[in-house]
Design a protein around this ligand. Sequence first.
Ligand SMILES: NC(=O)c1ccc[n+]([C@@H]2O[C@H](COP(=O)([O-])OP(=O)(O)OC[C@H]3O[C@@H](n4cnc5c(N)ncnc54)[C@H](O)[C@@H]3O)[C@@H](O)[C@H]2O)c1
Length: 265
Amino acid sequence: MSIAEAPVTARDSAIQQPQRVAVVTGAAAGIGLSIAERLASDGFAVALIGRTPGTAQAAADAIVESGGAAKGYDADVANREQVDAALAAIREDLGPVAVVVANAAVAPQQPFLEMTLEQWNTIIEINLTGTFNTVQSALPDLVEAGWGRVILISSSSAQRGAPKMAHYAASKGGQLALTKALAVEFARTGITVNTVVPSSIDTPSVEKKRADGKIPSAEDMAKYIPVGRMGTGADIAGAVSYLASEDTSYVTGQTISVNGGSFIG
Ligand SMILES: NC(=O)c1ccc[n+]([C@@H]2O[C@H](COP(=O)([O-])OP(=O)(O)OC[C@H]3O[C@@H](n4cnc5c(N)ncnc54)[C@H](O)[C@@H]3O)[C@@H](O)[C@H]2O)c1
């Protein structure tokens, strides 16, 4: 459904109940922004969380401008106090959370033998502990409602490895294990927990790595992707939209790899 076709409640900039509330971290740009836009067009009131002050609100303003319901919040997902403060503000402004999408991450490259403990810890703290902070802070609302959707955004580096990204791959593998653990722990509560695993998605951060000469051109990358193109944020958002829907009450602990047919098996 396009935003123009969204229900009337989603078109009002004033957030109205009983729209379900979806929280998306790292939502100011890239895949997170595509997910926020898609969930808004699906009729959710979307809380966008961004690290750089003001960026999430600017993205939310654009969604509201297009007819969706959205509001921006600033928080570093590695900082539990900031995450809890953002979640408290979201509950106050929009209501209890029903869907939580842990998307925020950083993906630097460092050869393993040169990687310092501090660099390792930083990536684990943002990508994995940040996921823990976000999900644990939101989850009481889902439990209280007896309905909820937890969706993590992992990476194909957790499935096949990635050179110079041991910390990143380990953090993303941790998300896959966390998905399974939470899926079974909350299986009787009406909450499903699933992971989307992107690969080769053309976002501004990937474009920057390309401009810095760290990765090949989009055309060269496409040669190695069975469907013959790189993915888009909308490709990931489509999978998230499905997992956030009513259709997935019997789908939990699963991984949906959105990768154009790469790494099958
Ligand atoms: N683009 C790809 O090809 C690809 C492939 C595999 C996995 N992924 C995953 O998809 C997700 C989005 O990737 P992207 O390509 O859009 O990258 P991106 O860098 O554009 O987006 C990540 C977002 O997270 C935010 N963020 C970073 N640290 C944060 C923190 N501490 N607190 C709050 N927000 C923080 C950033 O500001 C940014 O907006 C990430 O989890 C990434 O690991 C992407």
